[in-house]
Design a protein around this ligand. Sequence first.
Ligand code: ZN
Length: 106
Amino acid sequence: MPVEGLPNPTIHRLCRRCCRWHHLHEGSYEEVSSSGPFSWIVNAYRRQADPDATMIFICSACKRPPATPAWVQALVSLGIILAIAVAAWWLYTSGTIDHLLSGMGH
Ligand SMILES: [Zn+2]
């Protein structure tokens, strides 16, 4: 639960993703991820100067990967299978129809 009202910096930490204050136990510190070679150099330099500078607080809610429920994954894989099945069926039937039509031409 985000902190309502005035945060207390000794027991609360500002989440760097959602910019809301959380209790210390509601998140953990993470190393700043480097998005490119330049930020990697900057982060490496900062880490040497102050090891804590590259650590940011992320609340547990933000830490979770974007929610992809199991049923969505199942639905997606089912959709792919279904698409392949439909494509195979379409290829099969269209080929059969062509065969029938050419057969009728004779
Ligand atoms: Zn957050």
